[in-house]
Design a protein around this ligand. Structure first.
Ligand SMILES: [Fe+2]
Length: 203
């Protein structure tokens, strides 16, 4: 007989993450990847308030996320600016994308001001995960790939053509990443339903 302690399969481990890091998020730029992992961690902390139903820290979690996202965008833009001119279309559209990130969180808060707090936090968490996954896989990886190609001696025009060609795979990467997250959540949901049914039968 196993000496393992008996645990319910539905108990969420302390380190359960709604937005788990996936190696496919890596851009190859060490500092940017490290900061992206920290951002994902902050989103997980926010999501944790939903699991624990403890909303006392929600506003400080939001503040920390907003501050860190701002810092990260500034750092990331300074990396891009070492290789792109300020008026380069790739850089300006990236900047525009960063600038749209937090105002949308405020829009969601305003649009949901009559809803219970857990619903607002849930909607924002969904938006954050979606925005970050799309932005990292679709935008940051393209910029990082272009700068790596420039580092290897290509001109900016050559690097952009090749980086664009490499991005043809990004849709598959995104689908793979999202499906992985989906499967994890599905198996957890199925476990919860199994336990609920078993509990009802016993009663
Ligand atoms: Fe970015």
């Amino acid at each position: 007989m196993s000496n393992k302690p008996v645990t319910h399969e539905t108990e969420l481990p302390e380190d359960f993450e709604i937005f788990p890091w996936n190696e496919k998020f890596n851009t190859g730029h060490e500092k940017i990847d490290e900061q992206h992992r920290t951002l994902a961690g902050l989103v997980n902390r926010l999501a944790r308030t939903l699991i624990d139903q403890d909303y006392s820290d929600v506003s400080s979690e939001f503040d920390e996320l907003a501050k860190y996202a701002h810092l990260h965008f500034m750092d990331e833009e300074s990396v891009w600016l070492q290789y792109f001119d300020e008026d380069d279309p790739w850089f300006s559209s990236h900047l525009h994308n960063h600038d749209s990130f937090w105002p949308k969180v405020n829009d969601i808060q305003l649009a949901n001001s009559d809803k219970p707090l857990h619903e607002v936090v849930e909607n924002i968490t969904q938006y954050l995960i979606r925005w970050l996954a799309f932005h990292i896989v679709g935008e940051d990886k393209r910029m990082a790939s272009a700068i790596q190609l420039m580092e290897s001696g290509m001109t900016i025009d050559q690097a952009k053509i090749l980086a664009d060609a490499e991005m043809k795979d990004s849709l598959h990467v995104l689908i793979d990443v999202i499906l992985n997250m989906h499967y994890r959540l599905c198996s957890r949901t199925l476990a919860l339903l199994r336990e609920r049914n078993a509990h009802e039968k016993n009663e």
